[in-house]
Design a protein around this ligand. Structure first.
Ligand SMILES: *Cc1c(COP(=O)(O)O)cnc(C)c1O
Length: 437
């Protein structure tokens, strides 16, 4: 085998070629490769506030924000300071620390249904742990999830998942045993009859819900849908599990459960929780969480769980997310979304949003579920994303991912983005009038 020497001076094209030789698809997470929008990845060098600087020197207004964690913007001074201070005391001990207790108390104070948390390093792990806990508590095995919802990449939860799974157009994944996939029943989002039939028809351990799905684009729950799920689970002895990895600490101080006033039995959180470093958690009432070892017998562990540097980043992030911060995040989202709606209506496109998240759907009619989201125009979306990059705006390179609003997006960056949206849509619809079905 020929060995190449890493060349720091190589151009991006050559670097991507090298990358593909040593990493599958040249990346460590599929959507980053940007294949679905028909181009090579942008290699990022640094970021500050809402701006990314690419390796080739280009600057972008960033609407990905590391897929959510950077709600304060990149390189926030207080977060960096906390991280530096924590790092200078040692990067990790694999032992109990005081800062974990502080973070747990902060989360418990915010999330209405959470009395205790168990930390993990990723949302995937947290969802996996929550599923094991739910199965242990209920003595049942079947799971119900919604198509287009993403709960990380563990075997039983990849079935009809959104996010990168949908982006790559694969229904599940090779390597997932059939009997594992068969233990997960999938129903359409916002469909009361289907979810009722699934929960009533099986012995269901947990109903997994992204309370506001953001991995098939943002698709709001219909009026009363979350309360209906709560009541349905109560009726059938099924645990209601909210995956708040995106919505937690974003939609409101205590996440979607706070905004909608519906309490789940178990909550999975991540992204903002680690402030940009790897941290996630399973949360819930004491009577459930105490089933985890060592207080109970449900095994769950992690070498890096509660890592002090990640905990410092998470705490420094959450501490800045007070009521004023959420008001401002709401105002910034409104400014973006109102502008998007005006432009979108001229092009017969749809916009969906909640505070801190937005999606521009390339479709004439509103998107209510995953089938609608799949019915959006992939080609027009790809051209739109490429055009936006050319105009200095970095959007999620997938039609199934949301735009993430941060507190570093000021009025100017929003207005520049809207100008770019108007210009790009005008350019692509000029040659593609029939794009929105
Ligand atoms: C990102 C995400 C996950 C997975 O988290 P990772 O840290 O990427 O493993 C799970 N659920 C939802 C809703 C997510 O958006």
């Amino acid at each position: 085998m020929s060995r190449t020497v890493f060349d720091p001076e190589a151009g991006d094209e050559q670097l991507f070629e090298q990358a593909r030789r040593v990493m599958p698809g040249g990346v460590n997470s599929p959507v980053r490769a940007m294949g679905q929008i028909g181009r090579n990845p942008v290699f990022i060098e640094s970021a500050r506030g809402c701006h990314l600087t690419a390796r080739d020197g280009s600057e972008y207004i960033d609407w990905v924000c590391s897929w959510g964690p950077m709600i304060l913007g990149h390189a926030d001074p207080q977060v960096l300071d906390a991280v530096n201070r924590a790092a200078s005391r040692g990067l990790g001990f694999g032992a109990a620390t005081a800062s974990e207790v502080e973070l747990a108390e902060e989360v418990v104070d915010r999330m209405p249904s959470v009395e205790m948390i168990r930390m993990t390093s990723s949302g995937t792990e947290a969802a996996m742990g929550a599923v094991r806990l739910a199965r242990a508590i209920t003595g049942r095995e079947t799971l119900v999830k919604f198509s287009g919802a993403y709960h990380g990449h563990s075997d039983s939860l990849l079935v009809e998942a959104g996010s990168g799974v949908a982006t790559l157009g694969i229904p599940g994944s090779p390597g997932v045993p059939e009997q594992v996939a068969a233990g997960t029943v999938v129903v359409p989002w916002n469909d009361r009859e289907a979810v009722e039939a699934a929960v009533a028809g099986h012995k269901v351990a947990a109903l997994l819900v992204e309370p506001v799905p953001a991995n098939m684009g943002v698709v709001l729950p219909r009026e009363g849908f979350l309360a209906f799920l709560r009541e349905l689970c109560d009726r059938h002895g099924t645990l209601l599990l909210f995956d708040e990895v995106i919505t937690g600490f974003r939609l409101a101080r205590g996440g979607a459960q706070d905004l909608y006033g519906v309490n789940p039995d178990l909550t999975v959180m991540g992204k903002i929780l680690g402030g940009g470093l790897p941290a996630a958690a399973i949360g819930g009432p004491r009577r459930y969480l105490e089933h985890f070892a060592p207080s109970g017998d449900v095994y769950q562990a992690g070498t890096l769980s509660g890592n002090p540097v990640a905990v410092a980043a998470g705490l420094a992030t959450l501490r800045q997310l007070d009521d004023d911060a959420y008001l401002r995040l709401g105002d910034l989202t409104d400014r973006l979304v109102n502008g998007l709606r005006t432009i979108a209506s001229e092009h017969q496109l749809q916009v969906a949003s909640v505070p801190g998240l937005a999606t521009l759907f390339f479709r004439r009619d509103p998107v209510r579920d995953f089938a609608d989201s799949l019915d959006t125009d992939a080609e027009a979306h790809a051209r739109f994303c490429r055009g936006m990059l050319d105009r200095g705006v970095y959007l999620p390179p997938s039609r199934f991912e949301a735009w993430f609003v941060s507190l570093a997006h000021d009025e100017r960056s929003i207005d520049l983005t809207l100008e770019a949206v108007a210009g790009t849509l005008a350019a692509i619809t000029g040659v593609d009038q029939g794009h929105s079905r």
